[in-house]
Ligand binder design. Structure first.
Ligand code: BES
Ligand code: MN
Length: 456
């Protein structure tokens, strides 16, 4: 077996250059899912992947249309008595803005030092590419006694609206024993990581309306409530001085972590200094009752993701705006229910928004948290593959980001996912200058080759 692994690792070395060139081509496609203007690019990315899957030897490759963005599927079935691994990915990316903050254009990938800079390089075209590279390096010369299925969607960054329906209507096609989801990441280049829990999400837009039009702030200031002032005050009331969320009932369904988990998480080393170094903030915020790693992994949070009101151009304009808006989202933990959180927020607003303004709340999307019950199938082989590649035992931790598909897959296919990935905390995902650490990416390919070869 070792010889075989060496041979395929060698094959990867030989083809690494060509694979990299093709990866750059993939990154040049601006497959931004939230922006209608990129519809053609989304389609181009889906077709690009479909042809690549076919080239490496997958069969029944198909681009399935959905109400929004297509799903790419391909499979290689060698023997139905052998285990089947379903590999999940998303080819869509976040919008590149603020565009002026990029040092090189987001869709013109550029290598600087050990990093490759491009939107989607880490989240998660690079992760899809790692899986494709590993399988190409194997299928090039050999058969393996496992069945492989790829499911790559184009709507992850907008909350996967079509995926659940697709899983339901294609249960047989997607039936599998193991799910590999490389849409998370690792803690550091020398710390391969497996994620056993992810936070959920409930996302809202809150609009506050005051006068029928913008008003002169001298003529009317003092008699008309300012929607920007009202909105800011309401938002400020959503947290107390200790950093806890004040919406009544917000924490009611939170599953507390056990003493053992508390002890395990505290060994991981994601402390104040870690978060300060990665983010550049002078001091950390949040609920001081919990450690940083628990705050991001195991506690729910509420954040304003966007805020708009009044005059925001250069210079001064004396105005009372007619309107103010906030995008507010909550990250949820087991066993919180996004619908219940929606009710909490609505009740809080009814209680706290004064009658000097009118308000509207839209619930944009929601997904519960994910937690693996026990061991995901295949995980011990995956742990071995990581360990052989990095020479250390992988970390097990919770992740604060959301991958709603993990829950959907568990519900539809009955399988817990191996959640992992070869991106790093400072990859600047969703942010300008997103990048991929190439040495870690290559090690990821190596680990995947070992994993796929570990089934006999
Ligand atoms: N890959 C991320 C989630 C992630 C990031 C997991 C880092 C682990 C480590 C994913 O693409 C993402 O951003 N998801 C969204 C989900 C939302 C749009 C429903 C998120 O978390 O904001
Ligand atoms: Mn992602």
């Amino acid at each position: 077996m070792t010889n075989q692994i060496e041979k395929h690792l060698q094959d990867y070395q030989t083809h690494a250059h060509d694979l990299f060139e093709e990866f750059l081509e993939f990154l040049r496609i601006p497959s931004v899912s939230t922006d209608e203007a990129h519809q053609a690019d989304i389609l181009r990315a889906a077709n690009f992947l479909a042809s690549k899957l076919a080239v490496i030897g997958l069969e029944k490759v198909e681009v399935f249309p959905t109400a929004r963005h297509p799903i790419v599927y391909g499979e290689k079935i060698v023997d139905l008595k052998q285990p089947t691994i379903l590999i999940y990915g998303h080819y869509d990316v976040q919008p590149p803005d603020p565009i002026d903050s990029w040092e090189s254009p987001p869709f013109k990938p550029e290598v600087r030092g050990d990093y490759l800079y491009a939107r989607g390089a880490s989240d998660m075209k690079g992760q899809i590419w790692a899986a494709i590279s590993a399988l190409q390096s194997i299928y090039h010369t050999a058969e393996i006694p496992i069945n492989i299925k790829f499911l790559i969607e184009g709507e992850e960054e907008i909350g996967s609206p079509s995926l659940e329906g697709f899983l339901d209507s294609h249960r047989n096609m997607l039936a599998c024993d193991i799910v590999l989801n490389p849409d998370a990441g690792m803690l550091a280049p020398d710390k391969p990581t497996i994620i056993y829990a992810l936070r959920g999400l409930a996302y809202f837009e809150l609009r506050v309306y005051g006068p029928k039009a913008d008003l002169h702030s001298g003529v009317f200031g003092g008699v008309v409530a300012n929607p920007a002032n009202v909105l800011s005050k309401v938002i400020a009331k959503m947290h107390d001085d200790q950093g806890k969320v004040t919406l009544p009932g917000f924490y009611d369904q939170v599953r507390e972590i056990t003493e053992k988990e508390h002890a395990d998480l505290s060994k991981i080393g994601m402390d104040d200094n870690f978060f300060k170094a990665v983010t550049g903030v002078p001091a950390l915020g949040g609920d001081t009752e919990f450690s940083p790693i628990e705050r991001v992994g195991a506690r729910p949070t509420l954040d304003v993701n966007g805020l708009y009101a009044g005059f925001i151009d250069k210079g001064a304009k004396t105005v009372i705006p007619a309107y103010a808006m906030a995008k507010v989202s909550t990250r949820l933990v087991p066993d919180q229910d996004p619908e219940k959180i929606h009710e909490c927020l609505r009740a809080f607003l009814q209680e706290n928004v004064p009658d000097t303004v009118r308000w509207e709340l839209d619930y944009l999307s929601g997904a519960p948290a994910y937690i693996a019950e026990g061991q995901a199938p295949g995980i011990s082989l995956f742990i071995d593959a990581l360990q052989q590649t990095w020479g250390v035992k992988p970390l097990r931790k919770r992740e604060g980001g959301s991958i709603p598909v993990a829950t959907s897959m568990k519900n539809a296919l009955g399988v817990d996912s191996i959640i992992t990935g070869f991106g790093l905390p400072d990859d600047q995902i969703h942010s300008p200058n997103e990048r991929l650490h190439l040495p870690t990416h290559r090690k990821g390919v190596e680990a995947l080759i070992r994993f796929f070869l570990s089934f006999e």
